[in-house]
Design a protein. Structure first.
Length: 132
């Protein structure tokens, strides 16, 4: 059920405080670091859209910090979708290769296992009492 609230303060690019003092987080929007350009820009944009305005919100849940997770609308525009464009994008991990590396890229490092055996480390721990 939608309700109308007054936005009293902007916290970051995905959350704000309403008149009652409760913090509301835009459901489905991940914040950018406030120290980054994108984070500062997202906060500024949310401020332009919502600060000191009456908006409509629909609560969906509360998070572990007790903040309200909600979908928010201002002038009929869904703010969650609009602010999602400020979400940080994580670089994709390259797909693991199943091909063997070429011979020129292989490096074999010789290991003298006797060093580890003598020290009782690695796969050859010393037995209790220091004996093997």
């Amino acid at each position: 059920m939608r309700r109308t609230v007054l936005v009293a303060d902007i916290v970051d690019g995905c959350s704000f405080r309403i008149g009652s003092g409760q913090t509301v987080v835009l459901d489905g929007v991940m914040p950018c670091d406030l120290l980054s350009f994108a984070g500062r820009r997202a906060r500024e944009r949310l401020e332009e859209l919502l600060l000191h305005r009456h908006v409509q919100m629909e609560d969906s849940d509360t998070d572990v910090q007790g903040r309200i997770m909600a979908k928010v609308w201002a002038d009929g525009e869904e703010i969650n979708t609009l602010m999602a464009k400020f979400q940080p994008t994580l670089p994709r991990r390259p797909e693991p290769s199943t091909e063997e590396p070429p011979e020129s890229k292989r490096v074999e490092i010789p290991v003298d296992e006797s060093l580890f055996k003598d020290q009782g480390t690695g796969l050859w721990p010393r037995s209790p009492g220091g004996k093997r």
